[in-house]
Design a protein. Structure first.
Length: 721
């Protein structure tokens, strides 16, 4: 390990060598925190003889966990496989698979993703005879998740949450919705994401034996991105560390941007109060960005009051100045960005994959996508529609879920008549009604279908065949063999093969790709089961799906950008109402989180940063004027490229036109030669000539990206800058 220490800076080295007692690492952006965590684990194993199975390292994404495993394998070899390096949810799922029976659940529980949860909430509303149009299932799901993140149960909801919203019918009904939702989950032997954490805490609270087992197992605990933990995760970590206090948390309060998901910045701010004997260290040397970019980031975040003081520095060069552009509207904004990407790619051999575009809200991607498609520039959107959310993939996964857990009513309902097998909604309703009356699962009702006289004999036979199909597969068998046999036995593929359309062929390709994914999973885990594969799919995050090797421009929200880095970054819509967002401006705490979001965006850039906004922005059918963000004013002017087009383009006649020619001869309907105009399809341009008068006048415009176009005045729809 002594040779490895040579690659660490003094603060990193001291952090790695700290082996006993609590440690708080305030790790600034790009300061090498992953290296510190992995080296610290390697140091514990090699230099202190700590068994690897006594170490728990918790991250927030599977991608981060995989990166940590790769680095550990490089440092200590095969023994690294015995370190628990995984996400909060994966770690808790593993604990619950072994011990959840102590809470009255079966170990074959299903994990519901967000869409499954919404479907279940719709069932709850139907049972309660509530219109789901008046009470949006997604809103109910968000409120339940918020409550669980705060460790609030249905019977506590009214006092701890609803009381904050007096005379609010929705909040008053939430305890009922929440309670019924939990009952349905329990009846289905299913857990949602939040249950993985909250039930593990319950397990520790209810079983001293189980808690002590994991306290002794995990004598050394490391938590990455600690500023993103919610209260429930805080309780989990505190319980595990209570015996030995060998806990190291790594994080940056300046990058706490997920309060809307339940993240509590106080967890990291108050860590020194929780562990008075803690050693606190600051990783402030940045290895990612240029001096100019870091100076801008420091000046912005320094305006926050709720933070622990730190200032990033780097040994890197000053680098180029920050680009700053104020466009006419979102289309001009997009044109400028694509122009810069194209220029850099042509002149400096910058790849598309070097470039990332960040925005505050998903809706901002529309104009960017439009121009990217027009210019035939490949791109990907992180957090958009993903492979595992496609209909045919969800169908096959639902089949596998029911094979593993027949009590999973949500998945069962999805596929009982897919492909069509003559089991309609009426028959399904009678099955479920029979199950409710007898307190059994819907699948158990299927096994007793001959006792349901309201269902016709022919339909009974089809339902019985469906049940036999599900029971014919062994959950412990190879996931790939189960899937291939299932597709053949169920005739699922046949329906698309008979269709023969382009869409049907696309669906077949997606199913084949699913088979490939399962095959790759089995190569990684020779002991794979259907349940373990489903877990790996369900626990995957948006960023885990990002393609590292594809040469495409990457678009994403600022929230999704955290943890990533790119040579060239464009921050779009940096204006009041977007960044900071309009909903945050009235609250100091929320405004400071918006500033942290801006800080995160700035510190993703390695070599070049562009900050872009617009004079006006479309809001529905209308346009609204925009004001540059206050965060721009917090950056010293000398850091900006003084040649940047921060002001709107100059509205002067180009030299090829005669300025002495009478204006009256060239005017029509407010248009005149030399004017800068904008067209919804063709973008920005300059009027070259006008022939004729009135609505029939022909206006020739030289557009920046569409060439010369001649339009009739009454149909031109040109906007004058």
């Amino acid at each position: 390990m002594s040779q490895l220490f040579e690659s660490l800076n003094p603060v990193q080295r001291e952090a790695v060598q700290h082996n006993e007692g609590p440690l708080l690492l305030l790790a600034g952006a790009g300061s090498g925190k992953t290296r510190v965590i992995t080296y610290r684990i390697a140091h514990l194993i090699q230099d202190h003889g700590i068994p690897p199975f006594n170490i728990l390292a918790v991250t927030f994404t599977n991608k981060a966990a995989d990166e940590m495993k790769k680095r550990l394998d490089h440092l200590v070899g095969d023994v690294s496989q015995h370190v628990w390096a995984s996400t909060f949810h994966s770690s808790c799922a593993r604990i619950l698979r072994r011990n959840i029976n102590q809470l009255g659940y079966d170990r074959s529980f299903t994990i519901y993703d967000s869409k499954d949860q919404v479907m279940l909430i719709k069932d709850v509303l139907k049972t309660l005879q509530v219109d789901d149009k008046l009470n949006q299932p997604k809103a109910i799901q968000n409120r339940i998740s918020m409550a669980k993140n705060r460790f609030i149960r249905p019977d506590e909801y009214a006092e701890k949450i609803s009381s904050q919203f007096p005379n609010n019918p929705f909040e008053e009904a939430m305890p009922i919705y929440y309670g019924q939702y939990q009952k349905q989950l329990r009846d289905n032997n299913a857990l949602d994401f939040d249950d993985l954490i909250i039930l593990t805490v319950d397990l520790f609270n209810q079983s001293t034996e189980v808690l002590e087992y994991y306290q002794d197992k995990f004598r050394y605990i490391m938590v990455d991105e600690y500023q993103d933990t919610n209260h429930c995760q805080y309780l989990l970590v505190r319980a595990l560390a209570a015996k030995h206090h060998n806990i190291c948390v790594v994080g940056d309060d300046d990058q706490s941007i997920y309060s809307f998901r339940g993240a509590d910045i106080n967890n990291i701010l108050d860590f020194e109060k929780d562990y008075p004997e803690v050693k606190t260290m600051r990783l402030e040397q940045n290895y990612r960005s240029t001096k100019n970019i870091l100076e801008a980031a420091n000046e912005v975040i320094g305006n926050n009051d709720i933070r622990k003081p730190k200032r990033l520095w780097t040994g890197n060069q000053a680098g180029t100045s920050i680009g700053l552009y104020r466009g006419f509207d979102e289309n001009d904004e997009a044109d400028y960005i694509i122009k810069k990407i194209t220029e850099r790619r042509r002149l400096r051999s910058t790849k598309y994959s070097d470039c990332a575009i960040f925005y505050r809200t998903n809706a901002q991607s529309r104009a960017l996508e439009e121009v990217l498609r027009y210019e035939n520039i490949p791109y990907q959107i992180i957090g958009g529609h993903r492979f595992y959310e496609r209909m045919e993939v969800k169908d096959v996964l639902a089949y596998l879920k029911v094979i593993v857990n027949p009590a999973d009513t949500v998945s069962l309902r999805r596929i009982i008549n897919v492909p069509r097998r003559g089991i309609g909604a009426t028959s399904l309703g009678r099955l479920e009604s029979y199950a409710r009356r007898r307190g059994i699962s819907t699948f158990e009702a299927i096994e007793q279908v001959e006792a349901i006289s309201e269902i016709k004999a022919g339909t009974q036979e089809r339902i019985r065949e469906f049940g036999q199909l599900i029971k014919s597969f062994q959950p412990s068998a190879s996931p790939l063999s189960v899937t291939i046999d299932l597709l053949e036995a169920s005739d699922y593929l046949e329906q698309f093969e008979k269709d023969g359309s382009v869409e049907a062929r696309s669906r077949i390709e997606n199913i084949k790709e699913l088979e490939s994914a399962i095959a790759r999973y089995e190569e990684i885990d020779p002991d794979a089961t259907v349940a373990s594969f489903l877990e790996s799919v369900t626990l995957a995050s948006d960023i885990d799906g990002m393609e590292d090797e594809t040469d495409v421009v990457t678009l994403m929200t600022l929230h999704s950008a955290k943890g990533l880095e790119f040579p060239v970054v464009f921050m779009v819509g940096v204006e009041e109402g977007l960044l900071p967002h309009i909903n945050s401006i009235g609250s100091k705490e929320e405004l400071e989180e918006e500033r942290r979001l801006c800080y995160v965006g700035i510190t993703r850039a390695q070599k070049q940063l562009y900050i872009v906004n617009a004079l006006r922005r479309r809001r529905g059918r209308d346009f609204e004027s925009s004001v540059p963000s206050r965060f721009i004013d917090e950056i010293p002017p000398d850091l900006f490229d003084q040649t940047s087009e921060y002001q709107p383009p100059q509205r002067k006649l180009i030299s090829s036109f005669d300025p002495d020619e009478p204006d009256e001869a060239e005017m029509d309907g407010g248009y005149r030669v030399g004017q800068i105009v904008f067209h919804v399809k063709f973008g920005r341009g300059r009027i070259a000539r006008i022939i004729g008068v009135g609505g029939s006048a022909r206006i020739t415009v030289r557009f920046d990206r569409s060439g010369e176009r001649t339009l009739m005045a009454q149909y031109a729809n040109l906007q004058i800058a």
